[in-house]
Design a protein around this ligand. Sequence first.
Ligand SMILES: Cc1ncc(COP(=O)(O)O)c(C=O)c1O
Length: 425
Amino acid sequence: MDKHTIAGTTRRTFLMGLPVAGLMGTSLAATALDRRNLTPLPQLTDQLLWRAVREEFRGSLNITAMNAANMSPPCAGARAALEAATTDIDRDPSFENRAKYQQRHEATRAALAELIGAALDEIAITRNTSEGNNLIVQGLALGPGDEIVLWEENHRSNELSWEVRAQREGFKIIRVATPKQPESAEDLIAPFREAIGPSTRLVSFSHVSNSSGTELPAAALCKLTADAGALSMIDGAQTVGAMALDVKALGCDFMTCSGQKWMCGPREAGMLYVRKDRQELLNPLIVSYPLAGGDTGARAFEMLGQRDDGAIDALGQAAALHLAIGPSRVEARVRSLTDLLMAEIRHKAPSARFLTPENPAYRLGVVVTAVTHGESGAAQARAYEQFAVSGSAFPGALRLCPHIYNDEADIERAAAAMATAIAPA
Ligand SMILES: Cc1ncc(COP(=O)(O)O)c(C=O)c1O
């Protein structure tokens, strides 16, 4: 039996609905929601599975979306849930009508917990990674003499946020730089080992860097941190929904993510994981009434007042899609599309220089290519206008992030767009 139910369908029945839906051009979510259509089917081949998954996004995509590190298109289940709840609540905003969403929020929490191997009480439903990160940054008791160790490649919400508080309260921040082309896990671990000391209270890093695509050996870093008696915080914005994760195996104390990136969920719905025995160390930033299921456990960190019930429901649908496909299968697909994209860019633009590790063991999903001629914003605009490929521009670089809604033809197009974008004008 499955452990939880998402909008009336179980993970198992959802999975059984996948191929039928995909191959017949019906939304997976619609099929999953309609138990009468379910047919038990054998394990799908990769080709059939990814075709079916792609169908999930067909209705929402006008471009070749390759920007998961920033924003993905939502899957059909998430879109349907958001639209249905918005219409429902707009038409009847009574307490009586909205009461049913309480139960659905707990179903979303259960799906998120299963996705990362956490307990139900360890999940707070936040609005995004920025909020989750700041709940940790602002919620821990810290003072002069304490040290916080941060990876140089952390996102601003996990870097500037610390800086602002440190200036106010006088604790110290130590930044760790890692090699751009690591040759071993030790290359990435050693700089952290050097930075962690007796005053270290917390070590925080992006699991995968949004600016280079470097994947850190998270379990080893969390162990190093725990051995030093400090807390570990993983910013999972670039890994939840892209990688098979188990917070217990990773050994982290906190993890954060957003729904609109690799999860293919809605905007303004995300997750914060707080290990059970660390919850008493965190002060909630906002104290109001509880979302669902009371204010016990990590729910104490999600008391943000009135929420968008549809977005939270949609986040549960997105998590259900990942569980239905299987997070390991999603990760394998993202890894293989990443490898293919880098190979195709290299093929079409032999002089291309990657800021992403060449070694596949230390990267996942995020491919960053140097722009050596002209301005990167203009290069990205060329990729969008001439090829309808969406990526991101950084100073001196362009980023592309393939995900489960992309196929090999998308990779080909994106590589052609990149080759054109980085060529001398
Ligand atoms: C590693 C990382 N952390 C946090 C964020 C912030 O995400 P959000 O804007 O959804 O809060 C991002 C956004 O790109 C990110 O890449």
